[in-house]
Design a protein around this ligand. Structure first.
Ligand SMILES: Cc1cc2nc3c(=O)[nH]c(=O)nc-3n(C[C@H](O)[C@H](O)[C@H](O)COP(=O)(O)OP(=O)(O)OC[C@H]3O[C@@H](n4cnc5c(N)ncnc54)[C@H](O)[C@@H]3O)c2cc1C
Length: 394
């Protein structure tokens, strides 16, 4: 740890989790360097949901006001019958989405907006950020690690946080070379201006329609100005990679033929230029998250399925717990162990329940839907607060 009382932290991946961790750790006085493979931090992606715990973290990071300005709110999200539109669980939320109330459980935000807020705040810290830095190798070096990037550059650090997403190189090199597995689920997503979507939004600003083998989740973003629509369906195969694979609007409409008119009407608004498909992948929970001074965070450690809307929240919560553990423990590797001990059970449980929720929504007969059986009714998932949760057993 030459030259500083705090260990030098390298974070690989300037995604949602990497930037949140970078911001919290730089604010705590750590020398932080974030390395991102993309040439620029761009405008990719659609909507994300921020749980209470994610918002508590963003408050600690000093960006909650900016996030509030950009996000939409939802008190509850009703679950609706796919053909009749009948409400099977949850309340309609007919507020205008701009007022905070005690019932607010979630905020929905455009990934690009959250990402820009985090990047801007991180840019105001002393932390470094290098773009076009694709990590390709990791070598142990003394007490720390040496990182090798595809452009031939190298960097050294005492601690390495792999926040490099679903196809994490840090995970592959240090922990688990098995590639992610296709879940048999494909998601289509698009954004529609409020004016186009409004005639089909009678069920309120946020709603989930579900039927055999299919789910539609739609909610407003940017304080109600745009509507984010995610349609999930089972599929035999998936060969493409990335967040920017184009989707065919006719194929999407065909999958939801016969659904409630608010669904078919909304899907008819899907713009061919911006309709995207993405395959859902998962990984088996990892047995160990630390090797020396190296650990994982977010999707790199535990990719989530989207059925409880907690994927981004888990990465954000990880960042909070990691920062708290580093502040608490004198020995950085002990802090990484504490972080792992706190986050492993929480993320494994949320993953398990996300799978269950997906099965419940897609395979059961909606006419016999039992809301009490749904993990979505269990507030403990959504009310967890990583800022105050105990880090050690009482
Ligand atoms: C471009 C993009 C768009 C997305 N859009 C959506 C969306 O619309 N809705 C949704 O629910 N989720 C979306 N996600 C996923 C979502 O952001 C994550 O599931 C969640 O926020 C967890 O965040 P994370 O920080 O673990 O991973 P991510 O936010 O995925 O970030 C991982 C970062 O690591 C970088 N990286 C990967 N490999 C390397 C390497 N070898 N060297 C250096 N950098 C590397 C990636 O470029 C990326 O910036 C998107 C992810 C990306 C990368």
């Amino acid at each position: 740890m030459a030259g500083s009382s705090k260990p030098r932290v390298a974070i690989v991946g300037a995604g949602i989790g990497g930037l949140t961790a970078g911001l919290l750790l730089a604010n705590q006085g750590y020398p932080v360097h974030v390395h991102e493979q993309a040439r620029r931090l761009g405008e990719v992606g659609a909507g994300l949901t921020l749980s209470k715990g994610a918002q508590a973290t963003l408050r600690e990071a000093g960006v909650l006001d900016a996030v509030r300005g950009a996000a939409s709110l939802s008190a509850t999200i009703p679950f609706l019958h796919y053909r009749t539109g009948e409400r099977l669980a949850g309340e309609y939320d007919r507020s205008d989405g701009t007022q905070d109330t005690p019932e607010i459980v979630g905020r929905q935000i455009l990934r690009a907006d959250l990402h820009a807020i985090l990047a801007e705040a991180y840019g105001r810290t002393t932390g470094d950020l290098s773009l076009s830095r694709q990590l390709v190798g990791i070598e142990p070096r003394g007490d720390g690690v040496r990182l090798a990037f595809s452009d031939g550059t190298r960097a050294e650090a005492d601690l390495l946080i792999g926040a490099d997403g679903l196809r994490s190189t840090v995970r592959e090199v240090m922990f688990d070379p098995t590639p992610p597995l296709f879940t048999g689920q494909v998601a289509w997503r698009f954004l529609a201006p409020w004016e186009a979507a409004a005639p089909f939004m009678g069920a309120g600003r946020a709603a989930v329609y579900f039927g055999p083998g299919r789910v539609i989740n739609r909610y407003t973003l940017r304080r109600g100005r745009i509507v984010n629509c995610v349609a999930l369906a089972r599929s035999e195969s998936w060969f493409e990679e990335g967040w920017s694979v184009r989707g065919d609007p006719a194929e999407l409409r065909g999958l939801f033929e016969g659904w409630h008119r608010d669904v078919t009407g909304l899907l008819a608004q899907a713009p061919a230029e911006t309709l995207r498909r993405w395959g859902l992948f998962h990984r088996e929970p990892l047995a160990v998250w630390r090797d020396g001074g190296v650990t994982l965070l977010g999707d790199a450690a535990h990719p989530m399925l989207p059925f409880l809307g907690l994927g981004a929240a888990m990465a954000i919560e990880d960042a909070m717990v990691l920062a708290r553990a580093l502040a608490l423990e004198a020995e950085p590797t002990a802090a990484l162990d504490l972080y792992e001990a706190v986050r492993k059970p929480r993320t494994a449980e949320v993953f398990r329940q996300s799978v269950r929720q997906g099965e419940l929504l897609q395979s059961r007969d909606p006419d016999n839907y039992d809301p009490a059986a749904s993990p979505a009714s269990d507030r403990t998932f959504f009310d967890y607060d990583p800022v105050t949760a105990p880090l050690r057993a009482a």
